[in-house]
Design a protein around this ligand. Structure first.
Ligand code: ADP
Length: 441
């Protein structure tokens, strides 16, 4: 950024300096020209009465170094010239200043010499007798003035550019410095003192920064939790296997231990499966494959998979579905409904019930999973969607929970822009509602 500001600055300065130089030269030359013209008319006025005097020839002769004086007859013939032989000179009617003087009383012209080194300024004035008096003076041409002054101009330009370069450096440093300070100290109070124009940008950056920190924290916490969760079943597997290996457990007992090993291994598998699902949902490459699906039918099928476990818990499972079309990833919908119903069964009471409802309401399709279970205390209602957050750890584990089911639900809902609402009362049951955007057909 600094380099861009600097280079932009330098380009601007170079153009400005060059332009100033050219303008200055033009203005100076213009002033010089006006001055020259004024001088010439004064000269002509002085010379005019002298022409009548007796020693006019001598005076003109003396003047000839500084001033060329010519007298031209009305017909253009040169009558007198203090720098040459008048008789040798051609007709002067075609000279701009002479023609103009004959017409208007006064005439001027500037002509460059062939080499362009000098310019001659002419002033002509009509006399009473109809002839024309012309005075002329040479001066360096604009080009030679430029050429002579070029080293000086270049030097001045270089100097100005050098000074500007340092100034630009200083300025860009001062411009960029607050930004640099900000980068070095994201959370510090310096950030508040920087440019007001940068405030919205800073707010975004800072909130992103916080987000990154938070997500890093969460990752560390998640890793710690995962390790801990994996350790428990593995410790138990290792312990039972050791007992069997050493021959301390025999017969029926060995069989029971093998059963425990089997149970722990299954726990590990479900846990790892859930972790894989979550990490897939987390990965930035993960794309959900949406298609228009009928949520009622998916709910019905998923509920049927859970009939056995409901029966085992002595829980009545009811599906009350109406057709509701949404744009979603079908497998994810199965996962979401499964997790919600599984919880509704596992955290229920003997003889309780679970009702799964799909119902289109205006522009939405609602999935409502209602149970008559133990309920979730108000203080836990938000947190149950966190990874590994359980209200009653032993009950969760005893029923095969991983603590990740609702985290997966929350993730899937977010990816489908669906809203989740929890309503629950301890001892009387929980209702979880997920609201999807409806596809009209
Ligand atoms: P878990 O595998 O432990 O069930 P979840 O993420 O699915 O993990 O749920 C987190 C916690 O939320 C559970 O441990 C449980 O305490 C509570 N919970 C979830 N669903 C219900 C429900 N329907 N009724 C009561 N408590 C529930």
């Amino acid at each position: 950024m600094k380099r861009r500001i600097l280079s932009y600055f330098m380009r601007m300065l170079t153009v400005a300096v060059a332009l100033t130089m050219v303008l200055m030269a033009l203005v100076t030359y213009g002033m010089f020209k006006t001055r020259m013209n004024e001088d010439l008319s004064v000269d002509a006025q002085v010379i005019r009465p002298l022409l009548e005097s007796d020693d006019a020839g001598r005076v003109m002769e003396e003047l000839s170094d500084a001033l060329r004086v010519t007298v031209i007859a009305q017909d253009g013939a040169v009558r007198y010239d203090n720098r040459g032989d008048a008789a040798q000179m051609g007709n002067h009617l075609d000279r701009t200043e002479v023609a103009q003087a004959l017409r208007e009383g006064e005439g001027r012209d500037v002509r460059d010499s062939q080499t362009m080194e000098t310019s001659t300024f002419y002033y002509a004035v009509r006399l009473e007798d109809g002839s024309v008096l012309r005075v002329a003076k040479e001066a360096s041409s604009i080009w030679s003035i430029y050429l002579n002054a070029l080293p000086l101009i270049l030097l001045a330009m270089a100097l100005m550019i050098a000074v500007s370069f340092f100034a630009a450096h200083l300025l860009t440093d001062r411009l960029v410095d607050p930004i640099r300070r900000l980068t070095a100290d994201m959370d510090g109070e310096h950030s508040a003192a920087s440019y007001p124009e940068l405030q919205p940008f800073m707010r975004t950056i800072r909130s992103q920064h916080e987000e990154i920190l938070r997500s890093a924290d969460m990752r560390v916490e998640f890793t710690a939790n995962v390790s801990h969760e994996l350790k428990t079943p593995l410790t138990s597997i290792s312990g039972y296997a050791e007992l069997i290996e050493s021959g301390m457990a025999q017969g029926e007992q060995a069989q029971r231990f093998a059963g425990e090993i089997h149970k722990s291994a299954n726990r590990l598998l479900t846990l790892i499966n859930d972790i894989i699902k979550l990490s897939q949902l987390d990965s930035p490459e993960h794309r959900i494959e949406r298609e228009v699906v009928e949520l009622g039918q998916i709910a019905e099928e998923t509920v049927n998979q859970l009939r056995d476990s409901a029966e085992k818990m002595n829980v009545t499972l009811i599906a009350d579905v109406k057709p509701g079309w949404i744009s979603a990833d079908k497998r994810m919908m199965e996962e979401l409904i499964y997790n919600l119903c599984d919880n509704a069964i596992r955290y229920n009471v003997r003889g309780g019930s679970v009702c799964v409802e799909v119902r289109p309401v205006r522009e939405r399709v609602l999935l409502v999973v209602q149970d008559t279970g133990i309920g979730i205390g108000r203080e836990h209602q938000e947190r149950v969607f966190e990874r590994f957050y359980r209200v009653d750890k032993s009950r969760s584990k005893a029923t095969g929970g991983t603590g990740l089911g609702l985290a997966i639900v929350k993730h899937i809902a977010a990816q489908h822009d669906a809203a989740i609402a929890v309503e629950s009362e301890l001892g009387s049951g929980t209702t979880i509602t997920v609201s999807f955007e409806r596809v009209m057909r």
